[in-house]
Every structure is written in C-alpha cells, then in structure tokens.
Design a protein around this ligand. Structure first.
Ligand code: SAM
Length: 319
C-alpha cells in the first residue's frame, strides 16, 4: 500500500520550521560560536550543532526548563560542544558573557511556542485541549493567564486583544470577561474561556474583495484563536523580550555575524523588519533581507505551523 502523506504535526512531534532556509541564511562554518535563542525540541539546534563541528560551540536558551533535558538527550550523540541554559533570550548578552564569549557568529530565534507546549493541556496554551488558564512559557515565574485576566481592566484587555490578536470584537470579548470576574463566575479553564469568547463573538465569515478577481475571498474570523494568541503574548511579554533581543543584537554579533529570526505574528515581524532596516541605515548591518522568506508548498502542506512563518535575516557589518 502506498504510504499516505501526513498532513499535520502529531501530538508530541515537532518539525523545525524553515530549516533549510535557516541553514542557508546562517551559513555556519566549522569552529563558529552559534546561539539558538529558542531551543524548544532542539529541531534547529541539532543541525546547528552538526554545523559548528568539533571546534565550534552551540549555546542554546529556553524559557521553559522542561525542554532542556530532552534537548540534551537529542544533542549528546552529535559529540560537538554545546551548552544549554534556562534563560530568557532578552538576557542573551549576559549568558554569553558568563560563558566568556564576547560575541557569536550566528544567532537564531524561532519565536512563539513549540508544539509540545501546545499539546500539553496542563500548560493551558490550547483552546482545543482543556486545561488551567496558565500559558506561561516559564512555569516557575510570572503571572498566569488567569491572574492577568483578573487584574486588567476592560479597556486594557480590549487593547491587548486588538493589538496582539488583531481581534475586531476586542471590546465585546473584554467586556464579557471582566463582567464574569465582577459577578464572581470567572472562567478558570481554557474550555470555559473558549466558550465565553464564542458566546461574546461567534465565528463569522468575512468576504474580502480581491483586486482583479470576480469572487471575494472568504475568510473565517476566529475570535478564540486570536484572543488566545493575544493572551499568550501578554502573559509572556513576548514583544518586550523580542525588542530587547533586537536592541542588543548588533553588540553581540561578531563582525560578519549572521542572525535569522522566524516570527508568526504581524506585530513581531514588524519589529524585526524595523530593527533590521534601522541597523542597516546606522551601519550596524551590511545586508538585511528585503522581504521575508516563507515556507514552500510542500512544507506548508506537511507542517501547517509553517504557513504563517516569516524568516528575516541580517548580516553584521565588519566594524
Ligand atoms: C517555536 S519553539 C522553538 C522550536 C525549536 N526551534 C525547534 O526546532 O525545536 C519556541 C521555543 O522558544 C521558547 N521561548 C519563547 N520565548 C522565549 C524567550 N524570550 N527566551 C527563551 N526562550 C523562549 C519557548 O519556550 C519554546 O520552547
């Protein structure tokens, strides 16, 4: 029987997004010092570690300490030098300094959450699996999604849903949530929050006219997915962390060092694009990507997560 092609990632499985493009862009040479800011399941790290060879070193960070043990087991057989850290990439300069490195030759950040985090109901990232309203990438610190929902005003929540989730019904949803807290019946699980959101703003179909096309494009507006994304970004201060990484990047990349950043949300991509262009104007970078690299049809088919991925790169100037 002909084997069937798999259409989506299975629970517990993680496929590194845009792997070939990342390796091409970073052009790692034997002996390089390379940083993976977002270790996850070590999908990218595994190939980065092979590329640094016996004289190089891979330094990998993750906010989620749960990832380190399994990543170590995957990386060990390669035999090259690596060092794993339970750390926020906003503090990457400090990690490098503590290891005695002045800078690195290549750096990767594959933003967002991993499939393992989404697939674990206990982490509360997924509206498809019932779990506590947590959503912290680092479960050892910070406020949970429940605590954030409890502490913010209707206006603050609405702004977060609008800015981080592009949610058109942000006010309605924010009002429904704060009202539940006010009346003493707050949502305590992902399922309860999902049903509250869909009561406040059901899924709708939008028809967007396409230039030169007779029929408009149909688009499903899914408030639950947008609000969950916004909450996750808020809980983990994702944009602030990215901004800090972008700020220190020119100082930690060695001359001609390369950086690749994969983002999954328009807000993140805008920050990366702006920082790289500004760095090019200021002379920090000698070259930056004009347009983001996207997954090809085969990767999009085999790994749905890759559909929204955008990869931007930059090369540090020589001085
Ligand atoms: C998309 S996954 C990375 C997957 C990885 N590239 C792979 O192929 O296995 C993103 C990972 O980055 C981690 N992460 C997100 N924000 C972070 C931050 N500010 N600092 C360190 N790690 C972070 C998450 O915990 C998650 O494990």
């Amino acid at each position: 029987m002909k084997p069937r092609r798999q259409r989506s990632t299975q629970p517990g499985e993680h496929r590194p997004v845009l792997l070939r493009e990342v390796l091409e862009v970073l052009a790692i040479q034997s002996g390089n010092v390379v940083v993976d800011c977002t270790l996850g399941f070590a999908g990218h790290s595994l190939e980065l570690l092979k590329a640094v060879g016996p004289d190089g070193c891979l330094i990998a960070l993750d906010l989620d300490a749960n990832n380190l043990k399994s990543a170590e087991e995957r990386l060990n057989p390669i035999g090259n030098l690596f060092s794993l850290h339970h750390a926020n990439f906003a503090g990457v300069a400090q990690v490098l300094g503590e290891l005695g490195y002045m800078g690195c030759d290549a750096l990767l950040a594959d933003l967002g959450v991993s499939s393992m985090q989404i697939d674990n109901p206990e982490r509360g990232f997924s509206f498809a699996r019932n779990g506590p309203l947590d959503m912290r990438m680092d479960p050892s610190r910070g406020r949970t999604a429940f605590e954030i929902l409890q502490s913010l005003s209707t206006e603050e929540l609405a702004e977060a849903f609008r800015v981080y989730g592009d949610e058109p019904e942000a006010e309605k949803i924010a009002h429904a949530i704060t009202e539940r807290f006010r009346t003493g019946k707050p949502p305590t699980s992902t399922r309860e929050l999902a049903s509250l959101i869909s009561e406040a703003a059901p899924v709708t179909i939008q028809y967007n006219p396409l230039p030169g096309q007779p029929r408009p494009r149909q688009q499903k507006i899914r408030p639950i997915a947008r609000v969950f994304q916004a909450l996750r970004i808020l809980v983990n201060r994702e944009l602030a962390n990215l901004q800090e990484l972008l700020r220190v990047l020119p100082w930690i990349l060695n001359p001609r060092g390369r950086v690749a950043i994969i983002s999954f949300h328009s807000g993140e991509d805008r920050l990366v694009k702006r920082a790289f262009r500004e760095g090019l104007r200021n002379g920090f970078y000698s070259q930056v990507s004009e347009t983001p690299l996207r997954a090809g049809p085969e990767e999009r088919y085999n790994n749905p997560r890759s559909r929204s991925a955008k990869l931007r790169w930059a090369i540090r100037a020589t001085s």
